[in-house]
Design a protein around this ligand. Structure first.
Ligand code: GLU
Length: 444
């Protein structure tokens, strides 16, 4: 059996780190086993779904390297859902309800006041045809509930181990709203069957759903896929991220300059026993993924870790990979430059500042003009890789300065900054003419 999974976002917002983690784990699991990854746009809610968000989802997944093998829109498959609903109705598993939300509320309150669980009482099952006709005549439209078997639904969860949901403790789920809208529950099952999905991988917030959906898979004649419910994301403070996810969109992270591989390495490895290091590629992450590495404790999403992985990705990036991006930023000063400065990058675009140190203009910071003059007097003619050791030895000899008192003023004069890349790499690239000007206090 070849593995086939799906990522099923609703196009009602941009992707955030929570749903990208779901997409990524699906992708890694499938690709690690030579399987396929389906992108399914859950857009049955036509009022809230937009083409812009749908495009945003595709753009974000593509940017991250999460390429899909097949792609569907639920909005193009309503005939399949109608057909499944008709079958469930015929089997007595989908029944019309006319209760208003006020009525349901009132009954829930009564149940709670009597210490009973607030489960739908199935009053609608007892309606006669005449009563239904009377409601229709009043202008009420039915919503449709799935009649649960009411039993222990059990499955072997790839992430949680043995899992059980007791559907007697649940209200019969509404599958179709009174305005005719198919809620996600039924279309999802119909699609998983039609598309031959072998594994449904999603967040632990769907566990209860799974109990009801397994009953629907069975009512429709299956097959029922395997399930994995991942522990949810928490922030660095250990608190659930769910409420803050809106501000953690992938689009924003891209604007902030994060590398896709840093994001995928972070989201793919938190909550697993793998070390939090940057992966060689997204394919390598997939090859190394296994649910057996995933613990049951929540996965900790920490921006400090992401920053570290981002820097790691840049520090190990070779020139061939960096080159087109350097060119795009007009910061391609050659391989020696890249290799010399990449270890100082936090974000790729920091390279612009590094290139500016070489090319100028730099406003030198000269605290001691006499020191600057002394350094200038012993500046070698030869500008090759030996420049820095030869020159600093000569400045030391001439001024008696050493250590920080020697190196810091030179750096400040030449780069205008207290910190930055290795001067031995930078100085020969800056070139004699500019260094002479900078030591003379001129912007160059
Ligand atoms: N559209 C659903 C959601 O985003 C899909 C859940 C699922 O994976 O089944 O919650």
């Amino acid at each position: 059996m070849s593995v086939k999974v799906r990522f099923a976002p609703s196009p009602t917002g941009r992707l955030h780190v929570g749903n990208v983690r779901t997409a990524l784990v699906n992708w890694m699991f499938a690709k690690g086993q030579g399987g396929s990854f389906v992108l399914r746009i859950d857009d049955t809610d036509l009022a809230r779904s937009t083409p812009e968000f749908e495009q945003g989802i595709e753009d974000d997944l593509t940017w991250l390297g999460l390429v899909w093998d097949e792609r569907y829109n639920q909005s193009k498959r309503f005939d399949r859902y109608e057909e499944a609903a008709a079958r469930l109705k015929a089997a007595g598993r989908l029944y019309a309800c006319y209760d208003t939300s006020e009525e349901l509320d009132r009954r829930r309150k009564v149940q709670l006041s009597r210490g009973l669980p607030p489960i739908y009482d199935r009053a609608a099952l007892a309606l006669t045809e005449a009563e239904k006709a009377a409601y229709e005549a009043e202008g009420r439209k039915p919503h449709w509930r799935f009649k649960l078997d009411g039993r222990r639904v059990a499955w072997e969860d790839l992430a949680r181990g043995h899992a059980e949901v007791d559907t007697t403790s649940m209200s019969d789920p509404v599958l179709i709203r009174e305005d005719g809208l198919f809620l996600y529950t039924l279309p999802s099952v119909v699609d998983d069957i039609d598309m031959a999905i072998t594994h449904v991988i999603r967040g632990e917030d769907h566990v209860t759903n799974t109990g009801a959906q397994i009953e629907i898979f069975e009512a429709l004649g299956g097959p029922t896929p395997a399930f994995a419910h991942m522990p949810l994301l928490v922030g660095a403070d250990g608190q659930a991220l769910s409420k803050r996810l809106g501000s953690l969109s992938i689009a924003e992270m891209r604007d902030q300059g994060y590398e896709p591989i840093a994001i995928t390495s972070h989201l793919g490895r938190i909550g697993t026993s793998d070390p939090l290091e940057v992966g060689a590629s997204i394919e390598a992450l997939g090859a190394g993924f296994s649910f057996s590495k995933m613990g049951r404790s929540p996965a900790r999403y920490d921006t400090a870790d992401l920053d570290r992985l981002n820097a790691q990705a840049l520090h190990g990036m070779d020139y061939a990979t960096a080159r087109p991006r350097l060119a795009e930023l007009d910061a391609d000063l050659g391989e020696t430059f890249w290799n010399g400065v990449r270890g100082n990058l936090q974000k790729f675009r920091d390279i612009i500042e590094m290139a500016a140190i070489v090319r100028g203009p730099v406003t030198p910071v000269i605290e001691d003009p006499a020191f600057a003059a002394a350094a200038l007097a012993v500046l070698p003619e030869m500008f090759d890789e030996t420049l820095w050791p030869v020159w600093t030895a000569a400045v030391k000899e001439a001024t008696g300065a050493k250590g920080k008192a020697l190196f810091m003023p030179l750096r400040m004069m030449i780069t205008g900054q207290a910190h930055g890349p290795d001067m031995a790499t930078l100085a020969p690239m800056i070139g004699r003419e500019r260094i002479v000007k900078r030591l003379g206090g001129e912007t160059a």
